[in-house]
Design a protein around this ligand. Structure first.
Ligand code: MEV
Length: 304
């Protein structure tokens, strides 16, 4: 029996822009997914993403016979809501396969295979999600080219204040569809979109300097700026924009995190408030939950 686990993720700044080679600032969360392997004679169903991911990982680590294994997934990461549930599954499967293949535990190899699995989810991932989920902590990530993805692990120089998550609803669109939507806009009006992506890069760098204690920028202002730019990109539904508007009236700073969604919900929202208790009644009145999120959890690991 082998058990592995990997965290979910938050993008502090840079989603969508990372697909175009801009940097992104990522953090892992304390919410994790466990995958437990057992022996079985079950046939893999490659139309299911979990089985596809497992099979692809086994093949990548040179394991030919995949029919002896089965697995149980147990996850606290909301599915399809921007917290990296699919990347966490890919990373877990990759770590399991590396262990089954009796190879030494190697994060870079786990990450590489997870990236290949992620391509099934959307054709052109930046690779940022699998990287933060593999390595954990805080990561500054940039895809320079398909074969040159660079990242640095960041040690925050000052503690971020408490951040919260509110789920605005599972988006109707997949990450792949949201990435394609931005691509269409990029092709239609490149100048406009390039301008927004450059501003997102500015925002990501200010965020980086903030956590490295190199500027005095206000965290709430950066979150709000990032959110406005994502709205301009068209990845936030009108329903979610309304909800964010109401939260902003209560003096919260809020952004989507991840691919977003344009028809209905836009996934989880990252929320900052100087006095978060003052939001509790409002959030309840909207029949929503606001949960604290601890950032910087450990990356993928083999559980004892
Ligand atoms: C999804 O979590 C983040 C996106 O930037 C897509 C990607 O980086 O592959 C929207």
């Amino acid at each position: 029996m082998i058990k592995v686990s990997a965290p979910g993720k938050i993008i502090l700044s840079g989603e969508h822009a990372v697909v175009y080679g801009h940097p992104g600032l990522y953090a892992s969360t304390s919410l994790r997914m466990n995958v437990e392997l057992s022996k079985s004679s079950r046939k893999l169903d490659l139309t299911s993403y979990a089985d596809y991911a497992f099979n692809k990982a086994l093949l990548s680590f040179g394991v030919k016979n995949s029919f002896n294994y089965s697995f149980k997934v147990n996850s606290k990461i909301p599915i399809g809501s921007g917290m990296g549930s699919s990347a966490s599954l890919a990373v877990n499967m990759s770590a399991l396969a590396q262990k089954i293949a009796k190879k030494e535990f190697n994060l870079d190899k786990i990450n590489k295979v997870a990236y290949e699995i992620e391509k099934k989810q959307h054709g052109n991932p930046s690779g940022g999600d699998n990287t933060i989920i593999t390595h954990g902590g805080f990561v500054w990530y940039r895809k320079e080219a398909e074969n040159l993805k660079v990242f640095s692990k960041i040690t925050p120089k000052k503690n971020l204040p408490n951040l919260y998550i509110i789920n605005s609803g599972t988006p109707k669109e997949t990450t792949g569809e949201m990435v394609s939507l931005v691509r269409e806009k990029y092709e239609q009006s490149p100048k406009r979109i390039i301008n927004i992506l450059n501003k997102i890069e500015f925002c990501s760098k200010e965020f980086l300097k903030l956590i490295l204690d190199e500027n005095n920028t206000n965290l709430g202002d950066l979150i709000t700026l990032n959110q406005r730019l994502l709205e301009e990109l068209g990845v936030v539904s009108s329903q979610t924009r309304n909800l964010i508007g109401l939260l902003e009236r209560k003096k919260a700073s809020v952004k989507i995190s991840g691919a977003g969604g344009k028809t209905y919900g836009s996934g989880i929202l990252l929320v900052y408030h100087k006095n978060p208790d003052s939001l509790i009644n409002f959030v309840k009145s909207q029949k929503l939950d606001m949960i604290p999120v601890t950032l910087g959890g450990k990356g993928v690991k083999i559980e004892k």
